[in-house]
Ligand binder design. Sequence first.
Ligand code: ADP
Ligand code: AMP
Length: 214
Amino acid sequence: MVIILLGPPGVGKGTQAARLADSEGWEHVSTGDLLRAARRDGTELGKKAQAFMDAGELVPDSLILDLVRDHLKGVAPEAGILFDGFPRTTAQAEKLGGVLKEVRRKVGRVVVFEAPDETLVQRLSGRRSCPDCGAVYNVHLSPPKQEGVCDRCGGKLVHRADDTPETVRHRLEVYQELTQPLIAWYEKSDARVVRVPADGPVDDVQADFRAAVR
Ligand code: ADP
Ligand code: AMP
């Protein structure tokens, strides 16, 4: 099963995908995480992506496609895949269709997480991320056991540079302009599109998410 998670920044895509992928043994492919890893490793791609990410702009489609294609080489052909934060433009969606076709796969389900803007802004202002292992916390809603330290790997937690109120507002506009149209685009395809309310507790959202991909 190839599943795409759509929804604005802060709606909980990463949180939900990580949980489901862990329990089912599926591959969680977050292009945001892959880009941040490339930046940490100081690769050419990471350097090219940096300014776009810090400004809350999308990284050019060609760079993203190379990144995804490369990453998929290491994924077993039959593995379940959860795409989180990808595709973000119709051009990316079209290219993804082509890449999947080459390996005789296709998008089975598109899950659209929905929550009001106030919720997103509150969640992102409190988000803390582990740059070493990618774990995500929230100082208000799901803090780590020890302040500033990752429960999972002991890494030092950071407030992402693009989680400031101004950049968050811009990322929401970018989502509405470039990514939201993908919902209608997939509704016209033969993938099933399911909407999941995401403003409740993590466990409730996870239950609805599981029902949506069954
Ligand atoms: P996305 O991947 O969609 O940008 P994240 O999964 O990183 O979103 O979640 C954004 C922030 O909101 C994180 O701090 C996370 O801990 C928190 N969060 C995610 N889901 C919920 C939820 N259902 N209730 C409360 N906080 C949540
Ligand atoms: P995320 O971790 O999904 O919130 O993504 C963080 C940032 O990485 C975005 O604001 C973009 O700059 C970049 N990014 C992640 N995924 C993509 C994508 N599929 N296309 C373009 N830019 C992306």
